[in-house]
Design a protein around this ligand. Structure first.
Ligand code: HEC
Length: 130
C-alpha cells in the first residue's frame, strides 16, 4: 500500500517534468523554425508577417495549424483586423511530435491561453492536410 503511493507520486513528478521538457523543446524549435519571421516575441513583422501573440486567427483556426506548418500557406488572411498576404513556406521535414510541442509552446506564450493539443490529434490532422 505504502509502495503504491510512492509509485503514484513518482509518476506525477515524472509527468510534470516531461510536460516542462516538451514545452522547452517547443520553445527551442520555435526559435529555430519560426522566430525569423514571427519574431521571438511572437509579434510578427509589420504588415509582412502576422503575429502569433494574441492572434485571433490562431485561436479560431487552431486545429489547422499542423497543416499550416507542414504545408505552408498563401493567400490573403486577416489577423487582428490587419491584412496579410505573403507566402509562408512549407516545412515538410518537421515531425508530428515537433509540431505538437511547437503548438503547445505557442498556445501558452505571449498572453495566449489556448487549449493543450495532443500528439494523436496532430498526427491525425497531418494525414488529412491538402
Ligand atoms: C519565412 C517566414 C515565415 C516563417 C519561417 C514562418 N512563418 Fe508562419 N506565416 C508567415 C506568413 C507570411 C504568414 C501569412 C500567410 C498568408 O498571408 O497567407 C504566416 C502565417 C502563420 C499563421 C497563421 C496566421 C497567424 O498569425 O495566426 C500561423 C499560425 C503561423 N504562421 C505559424 C508559424 C509557425 C508555428 C512557424 C514555425 C514552425 C512559422 N509560422 C514559420 C511567415 C512565416
Amino acid at each position: 500500500m505504502k509502495n503504491s503511493i510512492y509509485v503514484f507520486l513518482l509518476g506525477l513528478v515524472f509527468c510534470l517534468s516531461c510536460q516542462t521538457q516538451e514545452f522547452e523543446q517547443g520553445r527551442e524549435l520555435y526559435l529555430f523554425y519560426c522566430s525569423s519571421c514571427h519574431l521571438e516575441s511572437g509579434q510578427g513583422l509589420r504588415s509582412l508577417y502576422p503575429p502569433l501573440a494574441e492572434s485571433d486567427y490562431l485561436a479560431k483556426y487552431n486545429e489547422t495549424v499542423p497543416c499550416i506548418i507542414r504545408k505552408g500557406m498563401e493567400g490573403k488572411i486577416i489577423v487582428n483586423g490587419k491584412d496579410y498576404n505573403a507566402p509562408m513556406a512549407a516545412m515538410p521535414k518537421i515531425t508530428a511530435f515537433e509540431i505538437t510541442n511547437i503548438m503547445n509552446f505557442i498556445n501558452k506564450s505571449w498572453g495566449n491561453d489556448l487549449p493543450y493539443v495532443k500528439f494523436v490529434d496532430v498526427k491525425n490532422k497531418l494525414e488529412e492536410c491538402k
